[in-house]
Design a binder for this molecule. Sequence first.
Ligand SMILES: [Zn+2]
Ligand SMILES: [Zn+2]
Length: 340
Amino acid sequence: MPAAVYIGDGELAVRDIPVPAPGPGDVLVEVSHCGICGTDLHLVLEGYARPGSVLGHEWAGTVAALGEGVEGWSEGSPVVLDPTPGCGRCRACRGGRPSVCLERPPVDFLDFHGAFTRYVLVPAARLLHVPKSLSTRDAALVEPTAIALHSIGLSGVQPDDAVLVTGAGPVGLLTTAVLASRGVGDITVSEPARRRRERALAVGAARAIRPDELPRAPMGRPVERPFSVVFECSGHAAAAEAALDQLDFAGTLVFVGTGRDLPRINHNRMIVMELTVMGAYNYDGSGFGPALELLASGSLPLDLLIEPVDVTLDGVGDAMRRLAAGELPGKVMVRPEVSR
Ligand SMILES: [Zn+2]
Ligand SMILES: [Zn+2]
């Protein structure tokens, strides 16, 4: 089967790889669509990926073949993969934070068998049915939607809060749309690219500004129009530093986007204003069920969150470069075919 394989030096190429055979308890899933994630961009464009690996974890598909002993699934059923739950016993799990369960196997982003190809092999026990009202293309948005739900839940944001989202790429846009669907009305998005600012307004932001329009903070006092919660979705150090400056007393900054440059955090400001800075990683303990429900509810503008034109396996590298350059606002979906 054709796959977009990482070949080193920030490049992908279409190669033929064997179709995996389902073992006992496994299901072979035919990938319908797989979204390109910020993590994929870091791994490929910054050269961290292991040559020979196939990336892509934001997929939805249909059951293609069942391994021995698998019951309750039939060929053609639309499915997504639910994340591994925490152990339920460790300090993190007991505190309601299974996304950082202490008993997890170490995360190995390099040893990866992803879905930028035609078939993936998954344990049947971790499959979820895609609701009838949701296409598999839209269902491929389940993982980033679950991430947005998790960061929003951790932040403690309330509907009457003034919220700032820094960065309006796929993650910032999804965070904005999910906030709006949760009744948050006062959302400002800061983003340098005009097309992304326009898209932010279309998916639920009340205001979209350039990062240079954010004021510098006076010492020990809030800016004129402060925010109670900021979601930093850009992964840029300058955005994180500006984000902290925009918080009101007792405000919360949630780091959602990873990045290479490290921000300088003004601890004096955090002390005097009792600010909270937190990271949000992965998903809630309830897994992908609530995200599937939200996607199927029709309350998210999926046609604006997903780019209208899908790419094929030979176009993944190019789409990654365009995403990194800020040219594409929404999530790019990959169809596991080859165009030429
Ligand atoms: Zn992802
Ligand atoms: Zn645990």
